[in-house]
Design a protein around this ligand. Structure first.
Ligand SMILES: *Cc1c(COP(=O)(O)O)cnc(C)c1O
Length: 251
């Protein structure tokens, strides 16, 4: 897109379309669209394109790699960043500096490390996280198994510098909408069950991506993470590592 402003317009249109689809899914489910936050998943999208995306209103960006988010953030003023992928503890400090929240906390050890760093890196409040759940027990995915969640929450909710806003999951790779739906239903049921026991657990449900965000919204998603439906297909072999496809499976 060589014309100035052309890509801003294209992003504005893509954003409008995704928001319309979220709105329609909310209407079907009797929900208020104001309850659903759109995170634009910007992995593999270069910083100059992201400046146009921010100008088009896509200012809440999700990255699945710490390094990539750190590299792009200084070049995209006005954006807010969330981490939606794996975090190694040696990058925890940098991640806290750049990301306003981490959706992909899948171990108590990582949470404890973040909790120790927050007073230094983000003093004065609790840092918001989501707890990642491997609802379908997929060996290629991160997150707590549903059976471990209850005990893990006992530890996570006791950490004084974190606010556990809710749960996150990555859906299955399936062309069957009923299968995708089941994962979302399971996460919501887990959330309700756990909140009965742990009132400090927040109600957020981050679930749904380009192929299934409408189903996720129908099933109660409060956060959807949408990449390709906004930015187009990613180059092959990039950004898919912890997508819902194991490395050995080609699409
Ligand atoms: C890549 C990714 C997404 C977005 O996937 P799309 O299919 O491009 O919408 C959402 N969540 C996670 C954890 C991802 O890694």
């Amino acid at each position: 897109m060589s014309q100035p402003g052309a890509s801003v317009e294209a992003y504005r249109a893509a954003r409008g379309e995704v928001l319309d689809r979220i709105g329609a899914a909310c209407a079907r489910a009797g929900r208020d669209p104001g309850e659903v936050t759109l995170v634009a998943v910007s992995k593999t999208v270069p910083a100059d394109a992201l400046r146009d995306a921010v100008a088009a209103g896509l200012d809440l960006l999700g990255e699945n790699r710490v390094q990539e988010g750190l590299a792009k953030a200084p070049d995209v003023p006005g954006a807010r960043w969330q981490l939606i992928g794996p975090l190694q503890s040696n990058k925890a400090r940098r991640a806290l500096e750049v990301f306003e929240s981490i959706q992909s906390v899948g171990s108590v050890e990582l949470a404890q490390r973040l909790d120790r760093l927050v007073p230094e890196v983000r003093p004065g409040g609790r840092y918001p996280i989501l707890v990642q759940v491997n609802v379908d027990l997929d060996p290629a995915k991160a997150g707590f198994a549903p059976a471990e969640l209850d005990q893990a929450l006992g530890a996570l909710l006791g950490l004084p510098h974190l606010a556990v806003r809710g749960l996150m999951t990555v859906g299955r790779l399936t062309s069957d909408p009923a299968e995708a739906r089941q994962t979302f239903r399971d996460l919501r049921a887990l959330s309700e069950r756990c909140r009965g026991r742990w009132p400090a657990l927040g109600p957020a449900l981050s679930m749904g991506m380009s192929d299934d965000f409408e189903t996720a919204v129908e099933e109660g998603a409060t956060v959807v993470r949408v990449g390709r439906a906004l930015f187009g297909e990613r180059p092959r072999g990039h950004g898919q590592e912890d997508h819902h496809v194991p490395d050995t499976v080609s699409r």
